[in-house]
Design a protein around this ligand. Sequence first.
Ligand SMILES: [Fe+2]
Ligand SMILES: [Fe+2]
Length: 284
Amino acid sequence: MKHWTLDQIAWDAFDPSKVDPGILSLVKAAALVEKNGVDYAIYLNNVFTGDPDFRQAADNWAVEEVQHGDALGRWAEMADPGWSFDEAFARYRAGYKIDVKADASIRGSRTGELIARCMVETGTSSYYTALGESTEEPVLRQVCRLIAADEYRHFKLFYDHMKRYLAREKLSFPQRLRVAAGRIGESEDDELAFAYHCGNEPATLPYDHDRCMRGYMGRSMSYYRFRHIERGMGMIFKSIGLEPRGRLSDLAAKGAWKLLQWRRSKYAQAAGAANENAPARRAA
Ligand SMILES: [Fe+2]
Ligand SMILES: [Fe+2]
């Protein structure tokens, strides 16, 4: 069922001299979020009661997401032998839970749920492409390439099911747009920031959303290139029923790229200010 397995990765090619510490901290955080995919499958199974095809697809999807976590976690343990994936994941599980018991989508409809899933897969597909192209470490390059291909297939999977539900539920364009924008905005919630905390900070340091968001977003934004944003924008447009490669998508991609550059500089400034104000933590 899976498109690849951990055994297919050329782990022996690992080159410790090519590990970038910034990328390593992102990989540690990503490994935790990916591995948590199993909970999301339980939620999807509850939301899509009575749709056995989709529920089966959601179960298969989760197996792949968990494998993403295992591949990234294993790589991070090779890159930082003092780091334990299991320990970090236990901390993450203890502090971050999604509500799996929902009996209807938190997005208001099944179409909305699937549009939100398309946004997540657009994000991960672009992210692993950008990360894989940025690292010179050969094993991580291979891992990111394999994951990015899965994420794009996931996008197509959720998109196809979304079209099926859209024909039935007939969500209006503003409704679709609202769900998509809402899910994109949630990337600043705790899911990633807390994963960054559990993956990279000692358990003795209390979690601070802003500090961790700076650590995560400030770093991750530096690996994107315009082509990743352009492609991602096409996928977002397609999900909400707009022409993926038209003038409007072009304009939106350019706007998003400007926004990303602006936010990147804001995060860099905030990180600089935080470092000046916290010499004790830096020394720790
Ligand atoms: Fe994934
Ligand atoms: Fe995915």
